[in-house]
Design a protein around this ligand. Structure first.
Ligand code: ARG
Length: 459
């Protein structure tokens, strides 16, 4: 097919060169943004008298029809075109003749592709945010149901102190709330219109960049044409924000994989989010959680690829930048899928409070409370810590736990122990005493839930 840019060269390129150069197989998903951008551009050209009002109207109608035809399946994107921008312009010119050729006045594919990508990623940002919200709500509801579900909290994956499962869920709520903040911040810098930067230097035509930006719902207009066509910070930022979301999802996945194991059995995933084994009939595998964890690596790969593509590029547009799309689209697609799967998994999982409690009863997770008890009886913390350690060793040698060691045994190690020591090591009371702001006590947890709901505009 004749190249629209044939002129300086005859446009007769090798097929392999065409295939190599083409981006249509991945940028055709921006057809709507491309057409809406072109409609705003045509309107602007008409308003400014760069083309006649009539021509502008013809272009807008023609573009509107192309949009409808693609959306309704009457027009298929031609995979032999170089990119979606060329495809739309080519169809327009085929349908309208010479008027169609006026659309590309006072613009370039360089500002056009930057515009399309920003429009597309603004929508993706909103979509990701919606899916984050669903996940946050699922976690919040599990937190509300498990304010007093005691489980062991870990450091070094060793049982450390009692926490509630609700406290655990809220830790993830806090992470995903920060992710929403990050997305909102990225959106501010995506919401800047580059159109009118043209190829790199601006234009000699009397354009109105602000009108175009306004018609397309942009909050502001980029202030330097070279930057306008070469800035991909909004991709780097979005891929970074997505990588952080994936990191959070991956950590949660890892917990789910552990919790679903027979060694923990803290939760039971719904059958609808697990798979069986082809050989071992007893298996119920947490494949979805593992895949979320696995896909995190792939999203980091996208991010690395974007940064590496950008880091050595001189201003302004370079064809290397065409490589931005597959990476950022893949990241968006992947994170959206992972968020949806994780939401469903959390919504449908059941919590084994009994197993969590019996795990909490092992591992001396109330030993810090025993030390705190002695501090209240007047001992310095280091001495209290040492005595508590001796008591733990005593329990281990006797095969018992702090709750069941007789007072006489306690007294052998320190005469400060009284009958109220059993209160001090009672797991529910251990939980209830951690009333510090952000702590695991039911009152502190309810406060966190309130704060989170307020951030979601629900309180
Ligand atoms: N398909 C190109 C891209 O994705 C569009 C911009 C092409 N501009 C150019 N001067 N060749 O980046």
């Amino acid at each position: 097919m004749a190249k629209m840019w044939a002129g300086r060269t005859d446009g007769n390129t090798e097929k392999i060169a065409d295939d190599f150069n083409s981006s249509i197989r991945f940028d055709s998903r921006m057809f709507k943004e491309d057409i809406l951008g072109s409609i705003a551009h045509a309107e602007m050209l008409g308003k400014q008298g760069i083309i006649s009002e009539n021509e502008a109207k013809t272009l807008c109608e023609g573009l509107g029809e192309i949009l409808e035809d693609i959306e309704e399946g009457r027009l298929a994107v031609d995979p032999s075109c170089e990119d979606i921008h060329m495809f739309v312009e080519q169809v327009l010119t085929e349908r309208l003749g010479d008027v169609g050729k006026k659309l590309h006045t006072a613009r370039s594919r360089n500002d056009q592709v930057a515009l399309d990508l920003r429009m597309y990623l603004k929508n993706e940002n909103d979509d990701i945010d919606k899916k984050l919200l669903r996940l946050i709500e699922a976690l919040l509801s599990k937190a509300e149901d498990n304010v007093l579900t005691i489980m062991p909290g870990y450091t070094h994956l060793q049982r450390a102190q009692p926490v509630s499962f609700g406290q655990y869920m809220m830790a993830y709520v806090m992470m995903f709330l920060r992710d929403r903040d990050r997305l909102a911040d990225v959106k501010k810098r995506t919401d800047v219109s580059p159109i009118g930067s043209c190829a790199l230097a601006g234009t000699t035509y009397d354009t109105d960049r602000f009108y175009e930006a306004d018609r397309l719902g942009f909050g502001s207009v980029c202030e330097n044409s070279l930057d306008g066509v070469s800035d991909r910070d909004f991709c780097l930022e979005l891929s970074s924000a997505i990588s952080i979301i994936m990191t959070h999802l991956s950590r949660l996945s890892e917990e789910i994989v552990l919790w679903q194991s027979w060694e923990f059995k803290f939760i039971d995933l719904s059958d609808s989010y697990t798979t069986g084994s082809s050989i071992m009939p007893q298996k119920k595998n947490p494949d979805m959680a593992e895949l979320v964890r696995g896909k995190t690596g792939r999203v980091f790969g996208d991010m690395t690829s974007l940064f590496t593509t950008m880091k050595g590029l001189p201003l302004a547009y370079n064809k290397d930048m065409q490589e931005d799309k597959e990476a950022i689209f893949d990241s968006c697609d992947t994170v959206k899928m992972c968020l949806e799967v994780m939401s469903g998994m959390i919504e449908t999982m059941s919590v084994n409070a009994e197993n969590m409690k019996s795990a909490a009863q092992k591992g001396f997770i109330n030993a810090t409370d025993l030390a705190d008890y002695l501090v209240n009886k007047g001992l310095p913390f280091r001495s209290a810590y040492k005595i508590s350690g001796q008591i733990v060793a005593e329990c281990i040698s006797k095969g018992t736990v702090l709750e069941e060691l007789p007072l006489s045994e306690y007294k052998k190690i320190s005469d400060r122990f009284e009958n109220d020591v059993y209160d001090a090591v009672d797991l529910v009371k251990c939980l209830e005493r951690r009333k510090s702001f952000g702590g695991t006590s039911p009152s502190s947890l309810k406060e966190q839930i309130k704060i989170a709901k307020k951030k979601l505009g629900k309180a």
